[in-house]
Design a binder for this molecule. Structure first.
Ligand code: GLC
Length: 699
């Protein structure tokens, strides 16, 4: 065994990832609030989804200018009739409070460019160009202060009115010309200086450069250090992330996040002809969404779209009131609660935790045998709330017997379990293998994004639990891709830096060529769409990966062709292996890459900060028999796209020993790795090729 290894060992002081830039107290208040009101109100509320007497069904009603479409002068003329006498900020704040909401986020300026505040930057605002001469940001800011709610602002980064902005487009993710960027900064200065404390700035749409995102991020914090910034500012410059509209991640994230939800997926702004149905059913649907979001560690921002006269739609008021009634009873399981401690999900409902308690919400299906079993190793159940269920503990298992009445009438019930100590996230199942790989790890996720369309659940850390009595020596195995990178390694909470530059090269044992057959290859070029696709892909010749696309045979290992923005090309390669074996592939793609092996995503990331083409190495563990490799190359910004997919010329890995400066005894261990020195804690850690072998040490 080679002992003379070089390593760097430091204690890394900073807590990584999770923490936002704001003060811990401001973060705690924002994160613990859980439930807030979004308000979409502006000129678009006057037509309320109707133009020229006809309902405009395409697009959101707050974007009626684009979808009707309405000529600019006609749309701007709406300001002349804007006098929403029914808009009463105090009664809206009172409604938010009855609903159990802890803050309000208001559209200070939507894509139409009409400012709902008095600004020196343009007359196109609710004070200077309307008969009402009102500053709605001011009114709501004051009402929130009086009512004891926090107040935040939505701000669209695109502008259909400002002459210096990009013209209106179908995707709303336009680039921001320098004059527009300056205009935005001037407005943000006003918004962040004239209205007291702003709890969050909810940037939306547009497509900033990394420099623009950073500049706005810094500006917000310079003016209001505790203001939380939304992820749609782009380029990973954020304090909390938001997914697509009405979306939530499949798992908990290592980043603070929020789900923005509308009453109906079709619109945010008032739509007079919306079929609304029954308010109780809607309230139940939204409560279930909310507790699911909280059970994944997120916050819930639920929208109302007042009418053009400023009054709140009675249906929306009823939904909120009924949610508020439920929260009066069960709010203890929501406010200040953290994500479920379990890494798995349950059919019977969702879970949150707070202090020594676990809260179980009956949002799912009644378990057929009426039983719910939870594995809680190391915890002793002190009590469960006895009214509804019975509780038993057998060793690590807690078994609840739940009456069918807990699921009756679709009411969401909450069961409380109290333990002998604080409930923390539970470790995943221990890994049995002696080699830790991306495939047997429990990944820690965050959310990485260039902009609204280019975002994905990024893997920011790999975590393994395993059993080994004595842990002293590890071996890192990696490819040329990881050479020179530094890894942050933690073992049972102790942190080390390991630079991957001392590995000994070893050629992989390959089967005779005849036993690995590179089969046909196909390309599908016309895939439009976003980058947030799910992490599995089932495709074959009859089922192309995109609607309307076609797999065409090709013999090119690499290619390049003109294409539109927001598009992807796919390459499918069939491979036959006579036994399971690893193969080192060379892959290349544009603004983002994803590689699937037999339908499962094995590597996915945006190419950092808009790299136009990047080549890298990925190890694929082929199964015995037929295999399918699919490469996706994503193009967000360029006029062309391309790909590269071939076995690497050199089928080699590097092996590097690492002797831990401390010996770890005890039976159970937790090891984590992430790449050191990345520009953003939300970017993919790009260590999917890394394998760590646990060396046995004689006692
Ligand atoms: C989208 C829409 C916008 C809406 C926002 C709310 O970005 O373009 O109209 O205000 O979502 O999340």
């Amino acid at each position: 065994m080679k002992k003379s290894v070089f390593f760097l060992c430091v204690w890394i002081m900073a807590a990584m990832g999770m923490q936002a830039q704001v003060s811990p107290e401001a973060f705690r208040i924002w994160h613990g609030g859980k439930f807030s009101m979004f308000i979409h109100f502006g000129l678009y509320s006057i037509p309320g989804g109707v133009w020229d007497g006809k309902p405009v069904a395409q697009g959101y009603s707050e974007q009626i200018q684009a979808f009707a479409p309405v000529p600019e002068e006609q749309y701007a003329a709406l300001a002349g009739g804007f006098d929403p006498k029914g808009f009463d900020a105090d009664s809206i704040v009172a409604l938010a409070k009855r609903a159990g909401m802890k803050s309000v986020v208001f559209t200070s300026k939507h894509h139409d460019g009409f400012c709902m505040f008095r600004t020196a930057t343009t007359d196109y605002n609710s004070y200077d160009s309307t008969p009402c001469k009102r500053d709605f940001v001011q009114e709501l800011a004051d009402a929130c202060r009086r009512g004891g709610l926090r107040f935040g602002l939505y701000y669209s980064l695109i502008d259909w009115h400002f002459p210096g902005a990009s013209p209106m487009s179908a995707h709303n993710a336009d680039f921001i010309p320098p004059a527009h960027h300056e205009y935005t900064k001037a407005q943000l200065r006003e918004l962040l200086t004239n209205y007291g404390t702003i709890s969050e700035l909810w940037f939306d749409m547009g497509s900033n450069t990394p420099v623009q995102s950073e500049e706005l991020y810094r500006l917000v914090h310079e003016l209001q250090p505790d203001c939380m910034v939304s992820g749609r500012l782009g380029n990973d410059a954020y304090d909390f992330c938001v997914m697509a509209d009405n979306a939530s991640p499949e798992n908990s994230l290592q980043a603070a996040w929020q789900s923005a939800a509308s009453m109906f997926d079709e619109t945010w702004g008032y739509r007079s002809w919306q079929e609304r149905g029954d308010a109780e059913t809607k309230a139940r649907e939204k409560l279930a969404d909310m507790v699911s979001v909280v059970s994944h560690g997120g916050n819930y921002l639920l929208n109302i779209g007042p009418k053009g006269d400023g009054t709140v739609v009675p249906f929306e008021e009823s939904v909120l009131e009924s949610m508020g009634e439920w929260l009066k009873r069960y709010g203890y399981a929501v406010y200040g609660a953290e994500a479920s401690p379990f890494s798995r999900t349950f059919d019977w409902g969702v879970v949150t935790r707070k202090g020594n308690c676990l809260y179980l919400f009956s949002t799912g299906k009644y378990p057929e045998d009426g039983k719910i079993t939870l594995q809680m190793p190391g915890y002793t159940l002190l009590r469960g709330d006895g009214k509804m269920a019975t509780y038993l503990q057998y060793g690590d298992d807690i078994e609840l017997t739940v009456p069918a009445s807990a699921y009756k009438d679709k009411i969401i019930h909450v069961l409380t379990l109290e333990f002998d100590r604080e409930v923390k996230p539970l470790p995943a199942e221990p890994v049995r293998a002696m080699t830790l790989t991306a495939h047997n790890a429990t990944p820690a996720y965050s959310y990485s994004c260039f902009d609204y369309y280019s975002n994905y659940r990024s893997t920011v850390e790999y975590v393994w639990n395993f059993e080994q009595v004595m842990l002293k020596q590890l071996e890192f195995v990696y490819t040329s891709q990881e050479r020179g990178k530094t890894v942050e390694l933690t073992v049972d909470g102790r942190e080390y830096l390991v630079t991957l530059d001392q590995g000994k090269k070893e050629t992989l044992k390959q089967l005779p060529l005849a036993e690995v057959k590179w089969g046909e290859r196909y390309v599908c070029r016309d895939g439009s769409g976003v980058f947030d696709a799910p992490s599995t892909l089932h495709t074959d010749l009859q089922h192309p990966p995109v609607r309307g696309g076609r797999w065409e045979p090709t013999d090119k290992e690499r290619d390049e062709f003109p294409c539109g923005i927001l598009s992807s090309c796919f390459v499918m390669q069939k491979v036959y292996a006579s036994r399971a074996q690893r193969v080192v592939m060379e892959v290349g793609a544009g603004n983002g890459i994803e590689v699937f092996l037999n339908g499962k995503s094995v590597m996915k990331h945006l190419n950092p900060y808009r790299t136009t083409f990047r080549t890298e190495t990925v190890i694929l563990p082929l199964s015995k028999g037929e295999n399918q490799i699919v490469l996706r190359s994503y193009n967000r910004f360029e006029g062309k796209n391309g790909y590269l997919l071939r076995p690497a010329a050199e089928q080699a890995v590097y092996r590097q020993d690492f002797i831990l400066p401390d010996a770890f005894t005890g039976k159970n261990h937790t090891l984590t790795v992430r790449q050191h020195g990345l520009r953003s804690p939300h970017a993919d850690t790009e260590l999917s090729n890394l394998r760590i072998r646990l060396r046995r040490v004689a006692l």
